[in-house]
Design a protein around this ligand. Structure first.
Ligand SMILES: Nc1ncnc2c1ncn2[C@@H]1O[C@H](COP(=O)(O)OP(=O)(O)OP(=O)(O)O)[C@@H](O)[C@H]1O
Ligand SMILES: Nc1nc2c(ncn2[C@@H]2O[C@H](COP(=O)(O)O)[C@@H](O)[C@H]2O)c(=O)[nH]1
Length: 199
C-alpha cells in the first residue's frame, strides 16, 4: 500500500477543515469498505460516520436511519433539487447521497467525519473539499471481489454483474486518491487505515 502523511500532519487539511476533518473511504462494491468501517468505528467511537440516503431497498438486517435513510426516488430528487446533498450519485440503478447538513455540523463541531461512498461521489467530495483525506480500498483480485459479493448473498445476478462491471472501471481510478490500501488480510488493511488517520 502507498502512504501519505497522517492527517494531523496535513497542514492544508487543518486549515481548510478546521476544527473538523473529512475522510473519504471509497473502492468497488464488495471490497470490504463497510466491514472495515464498522471495525474502525468500534475501535474509534470518536469518529462520526455519515449515514447516507439511498433509493435502494433495505437488505435483511439493515435499519432505516442507521444503515441508510431509505427513501423513494421522488423524495431523493426533491432533496437533490433542494441542494440537500454534499454529493450524490447513481450506482447500479439506485441513487445514493450524503446529507449535507449533518456532515457540515459535525465538521464544525470538531469531529472527524467519515464517508463510505462510491467513486463518483468520492470525486465530487475531492473537488469540493480538496483537503479531505481520501482512501481507495482495492481487492486482492477481481476473482476475490466476486467471491466476496457473492458471499454476502444479498444481490441478484443482475446486480452482481453490474457491480463487477463497474468495479473494473473504479479500480482504474484508484490513483486519483491519496492512499491505496489492498484489503487482503483484514487486520492489516484496518491497521493501514488507522495509520493513515492517526499516524
Ligand atoms: N479482508 C477480507 N477478507 C475476506 N473477506 C472480507 C474481507 N473484508 C471484507 N470481507 C467480506 O467481504 C464481503 C463484502 O464486504 P462489505 O459488505 O464490507 O463490502 P463493501 O465494500 O462495503 O460493499 P458495498 O460497497 O457494496 O456496500 C463481506 O462478506 C465481508 O465480510
Ligand atoms: N456516492 C455515494 N455512494 C454511496 C453513498 N452511500 C453508499 N454509497 C456507495 O454505494 C455503493 C453501493 O452500496 P450498497 O450498500 O448498495 O452495496 C457502495 O460503493 C457504497 O459505498 C453515498 O452517500 N454517496
Amino acid at each position: 500500500m502507498i502512504r501519505v502523511l497522517p492527517i494531523q500532519s496535513r497542514a492544508t487539511t487543518k486549515e481548510s477543515l478546521n476544527p473538523g476533518a473529512l475522510i473519504v473511504l471509497t473502492g468497488p462494491s464488495g471490497v470490504g469498505k463497510g466491514t472495515l468501517m464498522r471495525s474502525l468505528l468500534q475501535r474509534h467511537p470518536e469518529l462520526y460516520y455519515s449515514v447516507s440516503a439511498t433509493t435502494r431497498s433495505p437488505r435483511p438486517g439493515e435499519i432505516d436511519g442507521k444503515s441508510y435513510y431509505f427513501i423513494t426516488r421522488s423524495k431523493f430528487e426533491q432533496l437533490i433539487a433542494g441542494g440537500e446533498f454534499l454529493e450524490w450519485a447513481e450506482f447500479a440503478g439506485n441513487y445514493y447521497g450524503t446529507p449535507r447538513e449533518a456532515v457540515l455540523n459535525q465538521i464544525n463541531s470538531g469531529k472527524l467525519v467519515v464517508l463510505e461512498i462510491e467513486l463518483e461521489g468520492a470525486r465530487q467530495i475531492r473537488a469540493s473539499f480538496p483537503t479531505a483525506l481520501s482512501i481507495f480500498i482495492l481487492p486482492p483480485s477481481l476473482e476475490e471481489l466476486e467471491k466476496r459479493i457473492r458471499s454476502r448473498n444479498q444481490d441478484s445476478e443482475d446486480a452482481i454483474a453490474r457491480r463487477l462491471h463497474r468495479a473494473q472501471e473504479e479500480i482504474k481510478a484508484a490513483d486519483e486518491f491519496d492512499i491505496q490500501i489492498v484489503n487482503d488480510d483484514f487486520k492489516t488493511a484496518l491497521n493501514d487505515i488507522e495509520a493513515a488517520l492517526f499516524g
